[in-house]
Design a protein around this ligand. Sequence first.
Ligand code: ADP
Ligand code: MG
Length: 245
Amino acid sequence: MAVDPLIELRDVNKYYGRLHVLKDVSLTVGRGEVVVVIGPSGSGKSTLCRAVNRLETIESGRITVGGRDLPEEGKALARLRTEVGMVFQSFNLFAHRTVLDNVSLAPVKVRRRSRADADRRSRELLDRVGLADQADKYPAQLSGGQQQRVAIARALAMDPEVLLFDEPTSALDPEMINEVLEVMRQLARDGMTMVVVTHEMGFARSAAHRVVFMADGRVIEDRAPEEFFTSPRSERARDFLSKIL
Ligand code: ADP
Ligand code: MG
């Protein structure tokens, strides 16, 4: 893939107190690239995602998005958070708002779109995630898989440059996992830049341009999926794969 870096991490270190959770992490995500991050629990995957959105600060190193250092506060930080969308394991929808409202809220409040414009766009996005007919329902009336697809539509409503997914299917019943992965596959085919933390190795094999394997706060491998899955170089990766495949 041609290198037009959208996200760059250089020698990033992060501590929680004395716990060293990101250790000299360097990683580049190109525009249009799909990078799947895998690794054992506690290896720093969520912290990495949160650092890119500046939900966590770092102690040393450098993170840039679109060539710019992460802003510390204020309007610039708010803008960064619209450029870098995030989809979490727990969907965090507003329970007392309709599906349509959940998607339109941020464009109206943050982007100052008119309600009518925002709703029109939200309906398009709900159609894109296969939920055109659910717009007027409340989250509790939807299945987990449908709620997660609403969360994806909500993230897309801000026109992000990149979407970060932190274990988007881990809280779902097995029969709902595929409908969410299918929406993510379609986004990937449409050229969306994506960083996806997941244990879904089928998705990694079929949709990722690169697999990043993390263990104990470090990036251990960063390679094409086929190479990684057929001939992992490190003992840690071989051990991890033997447990999950
Ligand atoms: P992963 O997502 O790969 O499971 P995390 O990034 O969540 O890993 O966590 C990395 C390490 O940091 C773990 O040891 C975890 O317990 C610790 N950790 C995560 N968040 C916090 C926090 N807010 N305060 C203290 N320790 C944390
Ligand atoms: Mg995590």
